[in-house]
Ligand binder design. Structure first.
Ligand SMILES: Nc1nc2c(ncn2[C@@H]2O[C@H](COP(=O)(O)OP(=O)(O)O)[C@@H](O)[C@H]2O)c(=O)[nH]1
Ligand SMILES: [Mg+2]
Length: 269
């Protein structure tokens, strides 16, 4: 009885997490956006959805407006033009923070991130600050991805893990839950990534901030409609940024080691 009253009083809260905003960045996702919104609404009725559209030439923004008109759980953030995935997410995070949400979810519009996995991610967020939906952890599945994308993801993750020393199997993955308190612990002003290295950069900053990161296996499927925005430029950005962060982290570790020796607090190996 107490539970029923509780549910009625807070229908827009995810138990143990609070008010959740799912941010869906879009660029030319006219064939996907309605389906993904419908699936999120069915899979997780308590969450709110923010579509962050970069003025897509294919009219995704107008479709998003129509979805928002018919559903109080859907809202749209219209942005001026294509500024990259990272910029769209940062705008969405700011939007969530200003409106008092307790958590944000990152989810692609193309169906690769199954909304049906969202309850499991939110469940994990009860005991974590950051939840990463992982393609490379036991129990995960990757469906219909071309070999070159599989290799890119595996090699990219291996390189990120080695360069940055993070205990994360899918640092490039973009299906995540962040508690707002975790984002507050991260210096988002310092984020410089425009493309997909944004996910690696946030993984690194979260790891360095010492927040609790857990990974949950997901079923990741290749998009059926529309085109990927992945480009050689985006891969190159990720590669040089990961390398630069790795070098910077090592330099800092060396400086800390030298300083520790000088003050007698630590031993040079
Ligand atoms: N707002 C916005 N969304 C973007 C941009 N680039 C990619 N996206 C969205 O980010 C998500 C992932 O992009 P996608 O092309 O599927 O990348 P892939 O899964 O790595 O092939 C999709 O929802 C895209 O529409 C961008 O510059 N701005
Ligand atoms: Mg995709």
């Amino acid at each position: 009885m107490i539970q029923a009253t509780d549910t009625i009083r807070r229908p827009d809260e995810v138990p143990g997490v609070g008010r959740v905003l799912v941010v869906i960045p879009t660029y030319n996702e006219a064939d996907n956006i309605a389906a993904i919104v419908g699936r999120v609404r069915r899979a997780a009725p308590a969450v709110q959805i923010l579509i962050a559209d970069d003025n897509s030439p294919d009219g995704t923004g107008a479709i998003a407006d129509a979805l928002a008109d018919g559903d109080a759980h859907v809202q749209v953030l219209h942005r001026h033009g294509k500024q990259g995935l990272g910029a769209a997410y940062l705008a969405g995070f700011g939007w969530a923070r200003e409106r008092g949400y307790q958590a944000v979810v990152e989810m692609d519009a193309d169906g690769s991130h199954a909304p049906e996995d969202l309850p499991a991610l939110l469940d994990a967020a009860r005991d974590a600050d950051v939840v990463i939906g992982s393609r490379w952890t036991s129990g995960a599945r990757v469906l219909n991805w071309p070999l070159r994308r599989l290799l890119l993801s595996r090699c990219g993750n291996l390189y990120a893990r080695l360069a940055l020393g993070m205990p994360v199997s899918d640092a490039t993955g973009g299906y995540r839950v962040y508690r707002i308190s975790a984002l507050d612990a991260i210096d988002l002003e310092s984020v410089t990534s425009q493309g997909y290295s944004f996910q690696v950069e946030l993984s690194r900053l979260a790891h360095q901030a010492g927040v609790r990161i857990v990974e949950v296996p997901i079923t990741f499927a290749e998009r059926e409609h529309g085109d990927s925005k992945m480009s050689p430029k985006i891969v190159a950005e990720a590669l040089w940024r990961i390398t630069a962060w790795g070098v910077r982290d090592r330099r800092q570790a060396v400086r800390r080691g030298l300083h520790g020796t000088a003050t007698g607090q630590a031993r040079w190996p």
